[in-house]
Design a protein around this ligand. Sequence first.
Ligand SMILES: *[C@@H]1O[C@H](CO)[C@@H](O)[C@H](O)[C@H]1NC(C)=O
Ligand SMILES: *[C@@H]1O[C@H](CO)[C@@H](O)[C@H](O)[C@H]1NC(C)=O
Ligand SMILES: *[C@@H]1O[C@H](CO)[C@@H](O)[C@H](O)[C@H]1NC(C)=O
Length: 188
Amino acid sequence: MSGSVIIVLLGLLFNSIASQASPCSINGFPLVRNISDLPLDNYGRPGLSHVTLAGSVLHGMKEIEVWLQNFAPGSCTPIHRHSCEEVFVVLRGNGTLYLAAESHGKYPGTPQAYPIFGNSTFAIPVNDAHQVCNTHNLEDLQMLVVISRPPAKVFIYEDWLMPHTAAKLKFPYYWDEPCIQSSVKDEL
Ligand SMILES: *[C@@H]1O[C@H](CO)[C@@H](O)[C@H](O)[C@H]1NC(C)=O
Ligand SMILES: *[C@@H]1O[C@H](CO)[C@@H](O)[C@H](O)[C@H]1NC(C)=O
Ligand SMILES: *[C@@H]1O[C@H](CO)[C@@H](O)[C@H](O)[C@H]1NC(C)=O
């Protein structure tokens, strides 16, 4: 065997070892997992702590995805919209849902503000621009979030007056970014 063939084979071997150790592997998860042991990350967003409990990219989910999210006081989601369904269950804390419902104009416009609180739940109408903020000054806001049609394809607005057509596609979304395969883009 020539030296270059051996180098190529070694390269393949190390590659497969690296992908087995990847945090994006869908293999090796026990059926029942202790949420306290799952890794949280802020994915570069101050005040956020997110874990995908059941995900498309991580766990091969096809129809839904489930997140557990914590927002520190003062932190928010971006103003955004998506064509999937989304259901929130507030586990603890207080905050505000901003929703520009039925925004058929060129831009979302001034949203309506709804107080959200521990043991409250709400569903976001498909494609309506919205934002969730922890508006409490001391306590965290913790929510369980379920979305349909993962992985999330999200359009982000800089403000409520930004035209729908100018909202920027963020795909893969923050927590899918480290793991997603480029092939998923074809299904947008
Ligand atoms: C879940 O994990 C936490 C933190 O590691 C631990 O304190 C707790 O005992 C675990 N729960 C069970 C039922 O194992
Ligand atoms: C905060 O949430 C609690 C329930 O968790 C509720 O009783 C209380 O009214 C809320 N406070 C505000 C200011 O919305
Ligand atoms: C939430 O509401 C349900 C239904 O009323 C109740 O059984 C449960 O104790 C509540 N949970 C909290 C944390 O308040």
